[in-house]
Write a protein that binds this ligand. Structure first.
Ligand SMILES: [Zn+2]
Length: 60
């Protein structure tokens, strides 16, 4: 396994870590009930995905 030749300075580590940011999650609108939902996920409100009900709305 490759081993680093020298350690990163405190400033370099801190500069690199300063770039880590929290990003707001991407949201899509459900075509069935118009609620906000995560893209590529079953809608939590109506249980629909790809135009059909895949899970019932109460246990979704
Ligand atoms: Zn929906």
């Amino acid at each position: 396994m490759a081993v680093p030749k020298s350690r990163w300075s405190k400033a370099r580590s801190r500069r690199a870590r300063a770039q880590y940011k929290v990003k707001a999650p991407a949201l899509a609108t459900c075509p069935q009930c118009k609620a906000q939902k995560l893209p590529h996920h079953v809608c939590k409100q109506c249980g629909y995905y790809k135009g059909r009900e895949v899970v019932s709305a109460q246990d979704a």
